[in-house]
Ligand binder design. Structure first.
Ligand SMILES: [Fe+2]
Length: 286
């Protein structure tokens, strides 16, 4: 028999609480979006790259991570979802083994491509640490016409969508109307830390800054693909340099830790990272 929405929320919260609660002493960064499982997507390919990624993330302050390999939900209707998850099982077991003694605690998750309107997320391997939260993205970096409705549908099923890197969609309007609709639909927003540093270009950097200025970002994560440096310490420092120590702690520690416990994020105070356009007024000759 299909369990009710309320039952599902309760049981998932309990599952997340019993299996995935961080250690009380865990004061480090919890990174909830990265691609460090070896050989399952465009992230780490070899075990050596996974080892290096764990070392680099640990050195930059990460105490826990949720590994989120790409999964296309449309595979379900084509009968390939089980195969895909089984292929990730092997890599996940490898990550668990490699993480032992690394000082970084690992949880399983996925980055779900919303390429079907009514996905079935009942398999715990599709969710962040097996709890009610799901990390989702739209296909091809294009915002679909009914994107708020898709997110609202997930909420109505009892899942809690976290939209990955909203700042990377070129069609997000400067006034953030669509971002408001996503939030009103019940989604929470995860910005990539690299966007704050301009890693994905000026448009993404500016959108990330605008979202932070509204207080609409709930989580910052690395989206680390096990190449180069994760730059986690660097984007944290960028926030702190702009007076955002409290925001950095909420976005990178408190809120992801709450997610591991099945709890909604705390509100994040607005943070101005861009100089206002008034700069030209202040320095007319400069
Ligand atoms: Fe990703």
């Amino acid at each position: 028999m299909r369990e009710s929405r309320r039952e599902r929320r309760t049981s998932l919260s309990e599952a997340a609480g019993s299996q995935a609660a961080p250690e009380p002493a865990d004061r480090g960064v919890v990174d909830l979006h990265n691609h460090v499982i070896p050989g399952v997507d465009d992230g780490a390919q070899e075990e050596a790259e996974t080892d290096a990624a764990l070392d680099a993330m640990g050195a930059e302050g990460v105490s826990s991570l949720i590994a989120t390999p790409h999964v296309e939900l449309g595979l379900h209707s084509r009968g390939g979802l089980d195969d895909r998850l089984q292929s990730i099982d092997h890599g996940w077991a490898t990550l668990v083994r490699r993480a032992e003694g690394s000082g970084v605690r690992v949880y399983r998750g996925a980055e779900l491509r919303l390429d079907t309107a009514t996905p079935d997320l009942s398999d715990a391997r599709l969710r962040l640490a097996g709890g009610p939260f799901v990390l989702v993205e739209f296909p091809y970096f294009i915002v679909p016409p009914r994107s708020p409705r898709m997110l609202a549908w997930l909420v109505a099923q009892g899942w809690q969508p976290v939209l990955a890197h909203p700042e990377r969609y070129a069609s997000v309007d400067p006034d953030l109307d669509v971002a408001r609709e996503w939030r009103n639909a019940g989604a929470r927003l995860q910005v990539n830390g690299g966007s704050v540093l301009g890693r994905y270009g000026e448009a993404a950097r500016r959108l990330a800054a605008r979202l932070l200025a509204r207080g609409w970002v709930d989580y910052l994560a690395s989206d680390y693909h096990a190449r180069g440096a994760p730059r986690i310490a660097e984007y944290r420092a960028a926030l702190v340099d702009h007076g955002g120590r409290e925001q950095a702690d909420l976005l990178m520690r408190t809120n992801p830790q709450r997610l591991l416990r099945g709890e909604m994020p705390l509100a994040v105070p607005p943070l101005e990272m861009d100089e206002p356009d008034a700069r030209a007024v202040r320095r007319p000759g400069g």
